[in-house]
Design a binder for this molecule. Structure first.
Ligand code: ARG
Length: 469
């Protein structure tokens, strides 16, 4: 059906004798994706028509007809009865064509002093602004879940790792609050992206501005943007607001993925630090004993998808000369997918963190293994015997080797054995060799001591508005 039987259907069809081929239509149409911009498109058109009437570019009667026609369109879309038509390409032309059917001639005046190029990016900025706010709110929800769990585990001892080797004991509350800090910076990045996205391109028209006496401040204000964009070429062609948003989402998704990976690790049988409830686990089709942390694993994978969406958009934009090119149409599918994926990941992480059962006994047992208090012993030698730290490190290393050879903990060595390595050691050293004493001693600013964790929990509860619950 590549012949001229649909001539004139396209709004831009005036100079064309034949309709596009089906394949042309398939590659060109974006309506299946950009129909999500319908309410933003209507908001943009309302603001534009009001401004055209105010500036006496169209009549007040035409504006009234346009506004009531848009009421009907909005209602039809909300009720799922709007007749979307792929041959009309995109959401902008679908809405304009429907408006023409509903109100006739005044519909044709709406596009005065406007192009789809400024129209689409206005809609898109409005959408991204809303999506950034929603993503930020989701992250605040996850922070709240983490803070609540940290509050109950300010003094729960677990092994802290470097290189995934047992390093020093830490508290579970401290570990969870580390993610609260990361996520706070993620929210900051989303907020920064929203601030820069919040400029109004409407009125840039196709690329050069317009000869009509429009009032860009008026449309800008009506749509709640901070200011009209200063350069019309920039206004229609810039997509750094979407890129920055996807970059921020990608960093945030990286943090979700790291936390997800901890869940995978902690819920494995050799660790046994935590268990997921039935609602967050799946079974194996062959191994009846399995409880798999699928949601956490998928969060880990999806972080890579979001990073890929950022890279794809960057690739689409990086070699485009100014101003608009159709390549930019594909910005929306990538951006929508990234935000949708992120939303799902954030909700899954929140659900898991709210319900995961921690096993303090297993954590405490593991915290005492691997000579985790060796640093505490070395610090004691520095503090009590005034040894230089390097010498204390050497003495402790010798004691660790002795304990290791006998397959016992440092605390199981006798005082005599210790004094054989350094004569100044006294019985008091045994006080610093337990994981509990180790974490209690870490009271420096930002340290893992339970008192510090409780202070941090209190501060976060205040910041997140959790005090009354
Ligand atoms: N659907 C198009 C997009 O998303 C709208 C802009 C089309 N502009 C054009 N000059 N063909 O980018």
């Amino acid at each position: 059906m590549a012949t001229g039987d649909r001539k004139g259907q396209q709004i831009w069809g005036g100079r064309f004798a034949a309709s596009p081929s089906d394949i042309m239509e398939a590659i060109n149409a974006s309506i299946d994706t950009d129909r999500r911009l319908a309410q933003e498109d209507i908001a943009g058109s309302r603001a534009h028509a009001d401004m055209l009437a105010e500036m006496e570019i169209i009549s007040a009667e035409d504006n009234e007809a346009i506004q009531s026609g848009l009421d009907i369109v909005a209602e039809e879309i909300r009720n799922g009865v709007f007749p979307f038509d792929r041959s009309l390409e995109d959401i902008h032309m679908n809405i304009e064509a429907r408006l023409k059917t509903l109100i006739g001639e005044p519909a044709g005046r709406l596009h005065t002093a406007r192009s789809r190029n400024d129209q689409v990016v206005t809609d898109f900025r409005l959408w991204v602004r809303g999506a950034l706010a929603e993503a930020g709110a989701r992250l605040a929800g996850l922070q709240s879940a983490l803070v609540r769990r940290a509050e109950g585990h300010a003094g729960t001892v677990m092994p802290g790792f470097t290189h995934l080797q047992t390093a020093q004991p830490v508290t579970l509350g401290h570990h969870l609050l580390a993610y609260v800090e990361m996520i706070e910076r993620d929210r900051g990045r989303l907020g920064d992206a929203a601030m820069r996205a919040n400029e109004c391109p409407l009125g840039a028209a196709a690329l050069a501005g317009t000869g009509f006496a429009i009032d860009r401040d008026m449309t800008c204000e009506a749509l709640g943007f901070a200011r009209p964009m200063a350069n019309s070429l920039d206004a229609v062609s810039a997509r750094d607001f979407a890129l920055e948003s996807l970059a921020a989402l990608s960093v945030a998704a990286t943090h979700l993925s790291r936390l997800a990976d901890e869940i995978v690790l902690w819920t494995s049988a050799p660790f046994g630090f935590a268990s997921l409830g039935d609602e967050w686990s799946t079974g194996s089709s062959i191994m009846p004993q399995k409880r798999n942390p699928d949601a956490a694993e998928l969060v880990r994978a999806k972080a890579a998808l979001i990073a890929g969406q950022f890279a794809s958009l960057q690739g689409a934009v990086k070699a485009l000369p100014l101003a608009y090119a159709k390549d930019l149409q594909d910005d929306k599918a990538l951006t929508f997918a990234a935000f949708d994926t992120f939303d799902l990941c954030a909700r899954a992480m929140t659900g898991m963190m709210e319900t995961i059962a921690f096993h303090p006994d297993a954590m405490a047992h593991a915290a005492g293994q691997g000579f985790s208090t060796a640093t505490d012993l070395a610090d004691w030698l520095v503090r009590e015997l005034r040894l230089p730290f390097r010498e204390a490190h050497h003495v402790t290393g010798t004691l660790v080797a002795m304990a290791e050879a006998r397959s016992v903990d440092l605390a199981d060595l006798s005082l005599e054995e210790m004094q054989g390595v350094h004569a100044g050691i006294t019985r008091a050293v045994f006080n610093v060799l337990t994981p509990e004493r180790s974490v209690e001693s870490r009271t420096s600013l930002g340290g893992t001591a339970p008192v510090r964790v409780s202070e941090q929990v209190a501060q976060w509860k205040k910041r997140l508005g959790l005090e009354k619950t």
